[in-house]
Design a protein around this ligand. Structure first.
Ligand SMILES: Cc1ncc(COP(=O)(O)O)c(C=O)c1O
Length: 385
């Protein structure tokens, strides 16, 4: 049977391939975006796991928007404006898919930063969007390029990851946030603010969401994968009701609703008195790992490689002199270190700067040190060729 045209242009995910190679016990993986499984708050979930046995109602079909008590909790937790609603989805990835299917026609323009989140490029590729990119600076998107793009291409939406971007780790400055919000209002562009790493800040002060400055022009995606567990497959999407209603319709067709027992489990976890402490613990662990990776890289890398510091999230972005980063990643994998080469994060791979995405959340300090030793040695050899 011939596959759909929309799928023919989608490349099989390089990340998935590299992740399967990286699952080899002898490989140190800086490739994935995995939280450390030892951080999963199983103990905090135990009381709810036990009480689920006495809650037959959560094993019945539920409502598409989500489990009522969880929606009430999330509305308060996210301090949503009165005219906004929240819907639970099967990971924030599903939220992104619902947005694309509810709003994007083939050929509609969707703007994103380059580099960008691979899963978003897949979703927008599947609905045959015209993906247009603007460059990213240390403060967020290049505002001149963004305005020109809004003016000339009348995009439908701007997809953004302002907090600890995947893959670069960049966190947008407050001034950039305000300016982007204003541009979205001025040019009638919907902002899709994807915030799965927001809670993983380990230094500096929390900054307002971009959507706080344009609440009625935006949809916000949140995830419980990084602060609870990705296997729960729970995320949330919020915005004004008129934005959410079409997505609820699409979700009905997609999966009727997300698993209710899992939603009840998440609610128990969020209401647990020790949940905030759990997040503090994750932040402290990831900060320590980030600092180790950063200091190792800083002291051992060749001088023509450029490393930017981050204040949170899961990744650092290592910029290299022009070279074939796919080749480099292959060599590194053969030496026992998995990394992700930059071109996979660009809708147009030819425009990619040479760089590697390095994850620091799922390796021990010893593994990080070993990985950097290998990376530094191979880079000297590879770039010297
Ligand atoms: C930017 C971004 N958005 C969305 C997701 C998907 O997260 P979830 O597990 O909630 O589906 C990820 C996962 O890594 C991500 O990096």
């Amino acid at each position: 049977m011939e596959i759909a045209q929309s799928l023919q242009q989608i490349q099989s995910s390089y990340i998935r391939e590299i992740l399967s190679a990286a699952s080899d016990k002898n490989v140190i993986s800086l490739a994935g975006g995995l939280p450390d499984a030892k951080t999963f708050p199983i103990e905090l979930m135990k009381p709810t796991l036990e009480s689920l046995a006495d809650m037959p109602e959560v094993f019945q079909y539920g409502s598409t928007a989500g489990y009522g008590p969880l929606l009430t909790h999330l509305t308060k937790r996210f301090q949503l404006p009165d005219n906004h609603s929240v819907m639970v989805c099967t990971g924030s990835q599903q939220g992104l898919d619902l947005i694309a299917r509810a709003y994007v026609n083939p050929g509609d323009t969707v703007v994103m930063e380059a580099p960008s989140y691979l899963g978003a490029m897949q979703v927008f590729g599947l609905v045959q969007a015209n993906m247009v990119t603007v460059s990213q600076t240390e403060l967020g998107p290049d505002l001149k390029q963004l305005e020109q793009c809004f003016k000339e291409q009348s995009p439908k939406m701007f997809y953004a990851v302002p907090d600890f971007h995947n893959p670069t780790g960049v966190c947008w400055a407050i001034e950039t946030r305000k300016k982007v919000a204003q541009l979205c209002i001025d040019y009638g562009v919907a902002l899709i603010e994807d915030a799965p790493y927001r809670e993983l800040r380990f230094s500096g002060e929390a900054i307002d969401l971009v959507s706080d400055f344009c609440p009625d022009n935006s949809i916000v995606l949140r995830s419980f994968s990084k602060i609870a567990s990705p296997g729960l497959r729970l995320g949330a999407v919020s915005g004004k009701l008129s934005y959410l209603e079409p997505m609820i319709k699409v979700k009905q067709g997609a999966d009727l609703h997300s698993s209710v027992p899992m939603q009840a489990l998440l609610l128990g976890l969020l209401e647990n008195d020790n949940f905030d402490q759990h997040i503090d613990n994750i932040r402290a662990l990831y900060k320590q790992r980030y600092q180790k990776l950063y200091s190792e890289l800083e002291s051992k890398l060749p001088k023509n490689c450029e490393l930017k510091s981050v204040d949170g999230g899961m990744f650092v972005w290592l910029t290299l002199p022009t070279c074939d980063t796919f080749d480099l990643a292959k060599v590194l994998l053969s030496k026992g270190v998995a990394v992700v080469p930059s071109p996979v994060f660009y809708p147009n791979a030819d425009s990619a700067e040479a760089a590697l995405r390095l994850n620091f959340t799922n390796s021990t300090l010893e593994e990080l040190e070993k990985a950097v030793d290998c990376l530094a040695a191979e880079l000297k050899e590879f770039l010297g060729k």
